[in-house]
Design a protein. Structure first.
Lengths: 233, 101
């Protein structure tokens, strides 16, 4: 049975649709009740964050939460992104039609001009994340945008770089994150419990590695498959 | 002051309604390309909503990842779908014995 005919069959089944309506109404009522029963004025954890912000190493509360107070979550997020790419790579190689397309002169010139600017913007977002909105994920996304632009303009990573160098770049973010956590455990602290005097530098180190890896991971996801590796002797 | 608050309320209301409308259009569209473009437009308006909610960090991430990269990924996936099994191959599936290999 094809997916299309399954959809048509389910359209004809009125009892099924009625059951769906009842279930969805119950869900909507439940959600509405939960939302209405929330306390109206709840400061959340913002007071605790503001109180401890001095020790976090950064002055932007969002970065402080993401990379310091709640660093474990961000560590796992980087892992999830890497797992997504492994999943895509397990499906096979790059689709063929991509390498044969030739970009027009406008796209070709524009991509050459824009990519350095995008890399600069990514660096700025990474640096400014300590004081203002910005940070590793935003910087990584801008890097990935540069990568996608290059891929659209017909550029492909050389076979020399798509083996070990690409894999090292992909795991650097997660690797440095885990390494910092492990070193801190060995020093007798808890996982990702930075010493306040080094917190700022550690966060910048982790964020720099993470933005590089996030950018390359997202661009590799756009590539849509495992790139060809130079054949071994 | 009064007029500004009223204007902000109106803006937020229109923004919220537009979001719901775009979401519905994107979900209900049978043309996949149109659905993706509507999804990207939805992402951009969503980023605007995050700015209105005083969450510029989330707005940046939404605009870059939610609208930009996810849109590009979806378009790339659509291009792959078209090249592998175009509309013709899809309809032929039922009566073509070669497909069941």
């Amino acid at each position: 049975m094809t997916p299309m005919s399954m959809i048509e069959n389910s359209r004809q089944q009125t009892p099924f649709r009625l059951l769906l309506i009842v279930l969805l109404s119950a869900l909507a009522t439940g959600l509405g009740y939960v939302v209405l029963s929330l306390p109206l004025e709840d400061p959340g954890l913002s007071e605790q964050v503001t109180a401890k912000l001095v020790h976090s190493g950064v002055s932007n509360p969002v970065t402080a939460v993401l990379l310091n107070f709640r660093g474990y979550d961000t560590l796992l997020e980087t892992g999830v992104l890497l797992l997504a790419l492994v999943g895509v790579w397990s499906l096979g190689g790059i689709p063929q039609q991509r390498s044969s397309t030739r970009p027009g002169p406008v796209l070709d010139t524009l991509s050459r001009q824009l990519v350095p600017l995008l890399i600069l913007v990514a660096g700025y977002l990474l640096w400014v994340g300590a004081y203002a909105p910005g940070g590793a994920f935003q910087a990584g996304a801008v890097l990935a945008a540069a990568g996608v632009l290059l891929l659209l303009a017909g550029w492909l990573p050389g076979a020399r770089f798509s083996g070990l160098p690409l894999r090292i770049a992909l795991v650097t973010g997660l690797g440095i994150f885990v390494a910092v956590g492990m070193v801190l455990i060995l020093l007798g602290r808890r996982l990702l419990e930075y010493p306040p005097s080094f917190a700022g530098s550690l966060i910048l180190l982790i964020e720099a590695a993470a933005s590089l890896s996030i950018g390359i991971t997202l661009a590799a996801l756009f590539l849509g498959g495992r790139p060809e590796v130079e054949s071994r002797r | 002051m009064e007029a500004m608050t009223l204007l902000q309320w109106a803006f937020d209301g229109v923004l919220g309604l537009f979001l719901l409308w775009l979401a519905w259009l994107s979900l209900a569209s049978t043309n996949l390309f149109k659905a993706i473009v509507l999804f990207i437009a939805f992402g951009l308006l969503m980023a605007l909503s995050w700015v209105r909610l005083d969450a510029p960090d989330v707005a940046l991430a939404e605009a870059a990842i939610g609208a930009g990269l996810t849109g590009a990924l979806l378009l790339a996936a659509l291009a792959r779908l078209d090249s592998k099994s175009g509309p013709k191959a899809f309809h032929k599936e039922d009566d073509d014995p070669d497909v069941h290999d």
